[in-house]
Design a protein around this ligand. Structure first.
Ligand code: NAD
Ligand code: WQD
Length: 337
């Protein structure tokens, strides 16, 4: 029996595939390379010394999905495939609703028809909206998302919850990620954004390597200790290990469960800049800029449910997150080619 990993060539997917292979799972990766490159598959093989099947396919293509399910015995799906840029989702909302929501519905339908009814889904802290106070807990109300990307995650969560109501064979684990950064210790896989990065850590690493002149710190007048935005950064390898734990439980349970994957600690933008400077042994140029529209002051998790039920907690601190992000960037100045 195999685990199908959609979006397995991407940032979080590739790290999770490494940990799944290391844990002894047989995996099959599906990706359309909308935001990743074939080189990442080679590196997963290089890091683990293990082989796996790969299908270049789109999750909206029911025929291609049916072929995968006909040719393989698939026990569960870890579903990473999706578009994830907040600004792009504002300029191309239909593309996001189609890719993320219609794609997930298509995937669930083919899974159901083939009797495969177990899914781990990549959700996001963004579903908590802007009204809940941190630390954020799984039973807080969701919704009030401020961009189409976030809304796709909110809708998909609800679709997956509804799916588990009439058919008790379905099991879905929704994982709400906080802010994934860092990279594999080897420096061989990591985040490889297209164009100018929108997220903080890849922006910092590109300033450090000289590709960008300075970081814009978006707002220093928030009600936080130093005025800059506070987030719960989590090492991508910890996140990957969280998926292995979630899968272990999902394979023996049904129904829909939701877990935060975060560290429970909040760091400000300037905390991250200073931690990075220490890890990389260099100064990072930055300027204070206006607030970024849609940003909230503070967002961090209560990760206790995942610890209690999945037996998972994040092990890496901000120092290692910065060291590993920097090793990845400095060893791969042009990303994966
Ligand atoms: P990523 O873009 O690196 O990986 C997503 C992968 O899915 C890519 O390889 C892309 O080519 C593939 N893909 C996209 N649309 C597809 C389609 N229609 N068919 C087949 N493949 C498709 O992103 P990531 O950071 O690894 O994120 C993985 C998942 O986690 C996404 O669903 C994302 O929304 C979610 N998430 C990410 C973050 C984050 O900050 N990185 C935070 C919370 C949630
Ligand atoms: C972090 C902090 C910025 C860039 C986003 C998505 C969320 C999730 C994770 C997928 C904030 C500040 C950033 C810069 C800055 N993705 N910043 N200068 O906004 O918490 O979350 O990624 O699900 O849905 O919204 O992450 O890394 O963009 O920002 O000062 O150039 O860094 O204001 O305080 P965010 P981020």
């Amino acid at each position: 029996m195999s685990i199908l990993v959609t979006g397995g060539a991407g940032f979080i997917g590739s790290h999770t595939c490494v940990e799944l292979l290391n844990a002894g799972y047989d995996i099959i990766i599906l990706d359309n390379f909308a935001n990743s490159k074939p080189e990442s598959l080679k590196r997963i093989k290089e890091l683990t010394g293990k082989d796996f099947k790969f299908y270049e396919a789109d999750i909206r293509d029911a025929e291609a999905l049916q072929k995968i399910f006909s040719e393989n015995k698939i026990e569960a799906v870890i579903h990473f495939a999706g578009l994830k840029s907040v600004p792009q989702s504002i300029s191309q909302p239909l593309e996001y609703y189609d890719n993320n929501i219609a794609g997930t519905v298509c995937l669930c339908d083919v899974m159901s028809k083939n009797g495969c009814k177990k899914m781990v889904f990549s959700s996001s802290a963004t579903v908590y909206g802007s009204k809940n106070p941190s630390p954020l807990k799984e039973d807080m109300p969701t919704g009030g998302t401020t961009n189409p990307y976030g809304t796709t995650k909110y809708f998909i969560e609800n679709i997956l919850k509804d799916l588990c109501v009439p058919d008790k064979d379905w099991g879905v684990t929704i994982l709400r990620y906080f802010n994934p950064i860092g990279a594999h210790k080897s420096g061989r896989i990591g985040e490889d954004p297209n164009g100018i990065p929108g997220n903080l850590m890849p922006y910092i690493t590109q300033v450090a390597i000289g590709k960008l002149p300075h970081l814009n710190v978006c707002g220093n007048d928030y009600p936080t200790p130093d005025g800059t935005g506070v987030r719960d950064y989590i090492h991508v390898v910890d996140l990957a290990l969280g998926h292995v734990k979630a899968l272990e439980r999902l394979l023996r349970t049904n129904g829909c469960e939701v877990y935060n994957l975060g560290t429970g600690k909040g760091y400000s933008v300037l905390d991250v800049v200073h931690a990075f400077e220490k890890a990389a042994g260099m100064k990072v140029n930055y300027k204070i800029a206006p607030r970024r529209e849609g940003d909230i002051a503070c967002c961090y998790s209560d990760p206790s449910k995942a610890k209690e039920i999945l037996g998972w907690e994040a092990k890496y601190g901000i120092e290692e997150m910065c060291e590993d992000s920097w090793r990845w960037q400095s060893q791969n100045p042009n990303g994966l080619n």
